[in-house]
Design a protein around this ligand. Structure first.
Ligand code: FRU
Length: 481
């Protein structure tokens, strides 16, 4: 049947076939969320990039549309963003019918091969038919390369107070900010990040946006890095600070990671969303093994969409990532599970879990290690251990079945524990080959892939201290396809 292949995600976006990486051009317009993505239609590994395209009215169910952007004489179409140019500042639409404008990186593979440094430039394309067809601007590129190899992934937004467009661009080991009155002419404003954050890999796919924090406006800068992620391979770090239309500043002294699992990369937010909500979507994979995971017809999926907000944790202002509410529409009726108390014991939930959302409130009277294990009769399992003594959450998928495709995949991931382990809520989204764990509505998120031969259909919870489990709800969820 449709989307019934082994490992095929049932409530996450994945292309019908072939290779996908980063989400691109995410913009809301006229009742539709557009999702473009790095796509290679000729193979299940990375190759000359196109922009694949899909739309959704609820962020949960997706309709595939034809490829939006093909490579041309200026190069492959790398990552970028899209905006609604409501004032027609670009002149690419009309005042009555303003355009959607996509801003993306051209990657000239011929120049790259010749040993040139200037093979990445920024180009634009526009649509005046609700994103159904796209025309490339006839004077591309709009931003030339200044002589730096890594010069890519433009994320553009309208900056209200200075009434101009601002672009965050990944430039090797820092982010450069540009501005423009019309999306066509760009000037450089500033650089950020030379000595801040993680630097063990190239900086990619930035996103810059405001978020309300206790009535104040803060600005958040997401920066993906590959390699150099804390769990091997690629990962996304972020900075909280301020932005005046010219410079971004932060007083943050440690590196913060958006997700504490291995499989959330290159994620950014939708522009133009009603109510200025910041909705995030990431590529649910990792460059360390993304091209060799054991799926056959297609490769990779996106995370569930997450609403971002800020909260305080100790001295730190952090991002909270909550699954979007529309995901609740996938639930079928929850089975009643009585509250329980575990004292140095374990319990396996009766309900068989296949595609599920699981909610549990945990209160620990005397704290010990708490293990959550998804497993099956075939002896396959994944486990995450909340260990207050070590102040860690440790995720282990080494017994999850097929792990032989990559050595990195087998390593346990030791994440810092950044929530109060005496009382917390855990929400687990379990699909065919992924698990997303949201603690306290996304104060800590862990996104991980696994490839078990049989479905992991049982959840066992083991406490080495005294733990009460309350409000246990297991919702079987529907497929979106
Ligand atoms: C991130 C990335 C981007 C680039 C794209 C190419 O995963 O490397 O920097 O634009 O993928 O597909």
């Amino acid at each position: 049947g449709y989307y019934a292949e082994k490992y095929r995600p049932q409530f996450h976006f994945s292309p019908e076939e072939k290779w996908m990486n980063d989400p691109n051009g995410m913009v809301y317009f006229d009742g539709e969320y557009h999702l473009f993505y790095q796509y290679y239609p000729d193979s299940t590994v990375w190759g000359p990039m196109h922009w694949g395209h899909a739309i959704s009215t609820d962020l949960v169910h997706w309709e595939h549309l034809p490829i939006a952007l093909y490579p041309d004489s200026l190069g492959y179409i790398f990552s970028g963003s899209a905006v609604y140019d409501s004032l027609n500042t670009s002149g690419l639409g009309t005042n009555e019918n303003p355009p959607l404008v996509a801003i993306y990186t051209y990657h000239d593979a011929v120049l790259e091969k010749e040993g040139s440094d200037i093979y990445q430039t920024q180009g634009i394309a526009y649509s005046t038919d609700r994103g159904r067809t796209w025309t490339k601007y006839d004077s591309n590129p709009v931003l030339k390369n200044p002589g730096i190899k890594d010069f890519r992934d433009p994320k553009v937004r309208w900056h209200e107070s200075s009434e101009k467009w601002v672009m965050a661009l990944a430039v090797k080991d820092h982010i450069s900010f540009y501005s423009s009155p019309n999306l066509l002419d760009w000037i450089k404003e500033s650089d950020f990040g030379y000595n801040l954050g993680a630097h063990e890999g190239v900086w990619e796919c930035p996103d810059l946006f405001p978020l309300n924090y206790n009535g104040d406006e803060k600005w958040v800068l997401l920066v993906s890095i590959n390699p150099g992620g804390p769990y091997g391979g690629s990962a996304t770090q972020y900075f909280v600070g301020s932005f005046d239309g010219i410079t971004f500043t932060t007083d943050q002294d440690s590196t913060l990671w958006l997700d504490h699992g291995a499989d959330n990369y290159a994620g950014v937010t939708w522009s133009n969303v009603p109510g200025e909500e910041m909705i995030f979507l990431g590529w649910m994979s990792n460059w360390a093994y993304g091209q060799v995971v054991p799926t056959e017809k297609w490769r990779s999926a996106m995370t569930v969409p997450r609403k971002l907000s800020l909260y305080q944790q100790g001295e730190q202002i952090r991002i909270k990532s909550e699954p979007v509410e529309a995901l609740n529409s996938l639930r079928s009726e929850a089975t009643e599970t009585p509250d329980m108390e575990l004292t140095n014991s374990e319990y396996t939930l009766k309900k068989s879990i296949d595609l599920a959302e699981i909610n549990i409130d945990v209160v620990q009277a005397s704290m010990g290690v708490l293990d959550f294990t998804l497993e099956n009769e075939a002896g396959e399992s994944i486990t995450w251990s909340i260990d207050p003594g070590k102040n860690k959450v440790i995720f282990d998928r080494s017994k999850a079945g097929n792990t032989s495709f990559s050595e990195t995949f087998n390593e346990a991931h030791h994440a810092p524990l950044i929530f109060d382990p005496t009382a917390f809520n855990i929400r687990i989204f379990k699909d065919e080959s992924s698990v997303e764990i949201f603690i306290n509505n996304g104060e800590q998120v862990i996104t991980e892939l696994f490839f078990s031969k049989e479905p992991l259909n049982k959840l066992t919870i083991k406490a080495s201290g005294e733990a009460q489990l309350k409000n246990i709800k297991i919702y079987p969820v529907h497929s979106i396809w």
